[in-house]
Design a protein around this ligand. Sequence first.
Ligand code: ADP
Length: 246
Amino acid sequence: MNTLTVRIAAKRYPNGRCAIEELSFTARPGEFVAIVGPSGAGKTTLLKIISALDRDFEGDVQLAPQTRVGFMFQEPRLMPWLTVAQNLALVDPGANGARLAQALERVGLKDCAALFPNQLSGGMQRRVALLRAFMVAPQLLLMDEPFQSLDLPTADQLRAQLRTLWQDSRPTVLFVTHNLHEALSLADRVLFLTPGPSRIALDYAMEAPRPRGLDSPAVQRLAQQLLSEHPDLLRGRLAACTHAMV
Ligand code: ADP
């Protein structure tokens, strides 16, 4: 059974703006799906609909029964008045003692349980947010450009930690990004969206073995190949003669 089935006929905002039109896809258990589209394509709108934060649309979204949904946003959104341990305990009251220590160690934050968010670097705050997203043991994890505006080594480290955490518990992931290399590095499948009103321009299966870093030959080659076939892909447009439209 699929974790997620999305069929959106239309999403219109009250001002008449149509953000999504005829966008459908499914995601299987454990599948890592990246969603790539130009700014304003409707990526955040799509995640809000899937997470039921927005129910005002035509169509339907089905989750497998009892699916726990986790969310990671662009900003870490930690509670500044709570320590790292208390921030994590908010989503998982069992996160204490050896279990907490082990979890923190996995993301390189071994001695940080008692620190407050303002005592952590931006990258460390994202690591706490990443860990928090996994602490609810989600079957579906929605990630909205979670590593944006980080320096390259920090973002690389977080991607490696995400890969490890995902491989351990294998939730279905929807990962929004506008970074093609990041999408090809992490995902099993990349959905490229058209400019708004968005629909899927290309549903691309990524078959190269993991781990594949951003700079790995496989990712570089595939990015180059996709962009030479579809020079406007990141603007959501496919080259005219294609049979890859869905
Ligand atoms: P993305 O995440 O791909 O950048 P969004 O989902 O944020 O795109 O937005 C998609 C489109 O919907 C954009 O044209 C945006 O201006 C519009 N939009 C987003 N939120 C609202 C809103 N609350 N009211 C009206 N239009 C909105």
